[in-house]
Design a protein around this ligand. Structure first.
Ligand code: PBG
Length: 326
């Protein structure tokens, strides 16, 4: 006897009915870069198709995404001036704070605004924490991250996403939020973030490449997976509500392991280099952009992610609507 797999030959309806992975556009988060200044809407050379806005034009980017069916955003700020202490990050009139106020005024709760909480876009040296003798001063950075978080939430942020990988960040942010009267604001923590070369185009877009050294003293070595679980546990103990694993495709095993070990929702960040690889090879005619985008996204959900942060959010929402994935 032949034991058959029932190959679902020819029936699109049956194939869709029996999909093991379901994807909703509600689970997509779209990263947006906002540069201090006025009237900016410029395409990023390193991230084709992605537009960098200023606080006064950001609403345009939000509108196009809303009409595609995406309503959650991750905001990154690029200040006009950088300094050693990254003061633009916690300036109540900083680029992200201005943008939040404008967007909440215009869209209210139709949009869900998450902010990246890190110093690297604001420091002259480009590191994620304060620098002392060319090394990162972890503990001195924590109060500044807490201050940044509060200033974002006061300006209208719905959730804060710390990405700097300083030990103790989540606990420090949680304490500051609770004390400031924001016990209901959740934290989505970049808990397992690898020191990855896939962030190259982002650093170009955000002007945040480190001026000396690298991020290997605080981001994770990509040879390690138990360390990811340990870091995730520390963030859970600190009060994290959602766990980010990053980058996405190179970390499918980590997403899967986290799914088996952790009860919190998992967000995978499909980073700038992943996007650029698809865009550029498609532009050269080597792969089909739409199909590779769909397959890559489905793989991340199949591995166990609940949420996908991606520069393809608008195009994926459309693919989900059409039923090509999801
Ligand atoms: C800031 C931050 C980075 C990314 C997200 N938050 C850059 C880095 O750690 O160097 C990368 C996102 C991407 O590549 O799309 N700490």
């Amino acid at each position: 006897m032949v034991i058959r797999t029932r190959r679902l030959r020819g029936s699109d309806a049956l194939r869709r009915m029996t999909r093991e992975t379901r994807i909703s556009q509600d689970s997509l988060i779209y990263p947006l870069f906002i540069k201090e200044g006025k009237n900016i809407a410029e395409e990023l050379t390193s991230l084709k198709g992605q537009i960098r806005y200023s606080p006064d034009t950001a609403a345009k980017g939000i509108e196009t995404a809303l009409s595609a069916g995406v309503r959650s955003f991750l905001l990154f700020g690029i200040p006009e001036n950088k300094d050693g202490g990254g003061s633009g990050a916690y300036d109540e009139n900083g680029v992200v704070q201005q943008t939040l106020k404008n967007l909440k005024k215009e869209f209210g709760n139709d949009v869900y605004l998450i902010t990246d909480v890190c110093l690297c876009e604001y420091t002259s040296h480009g590191h994620c924490g304060l620098i002392n003798n060319e090394t990162v001063d972890n503990d001195a950075t924590l109060p500044l991250l807490a201050k940044t978080t509060l200033s974002h939430v006061q300006a209208g942020a719905d959730m804060a996403a710390p990405s700097g990988m300083m030990d103790g960040t989540v606990a420090a942010m949680r304490a500051a939020l609770d004390k400031g009267g924001y016990a209901d604001i959740p934290i989505m923590s970049y808990a397992a973030k690898y020191a990855s070369s896939f962030y190259g185009p982002f650093r170009d877009a955000a002007g945040s490449a480190p001026q000396f050294g690298d991020r290997k003293t605080y981001q994770m070595d990509y040879h390690n997976s138990r360390e990811a679980l340990k870091r995730i546990q520390i963030d859970i103990d600190g009060g994290a509500d959602i766990i980010i694993v990053k980058p996405a495709l190179p970390s499918l095993d980590i997403i899967s392991k986290t799914r088996d070990n952790v009860k919190l929702p998992i967000a995978a960040y499909s980073v700038s280099g992943e996007y650029a690889m698809i865009k550029e090879s498609a532009a050269s005619g080597f792969i089909d952009e739409y199909n590779v985008m769909c397959e890559s996204a489905a793989a991340v959900y199949r591995a166990g992610a609940d949420i996908l942060i991606t520069y393809f959010a608008k195009e994926l929402a459309e693919a989900i609507r059409k039923g090509d994935i999801g």
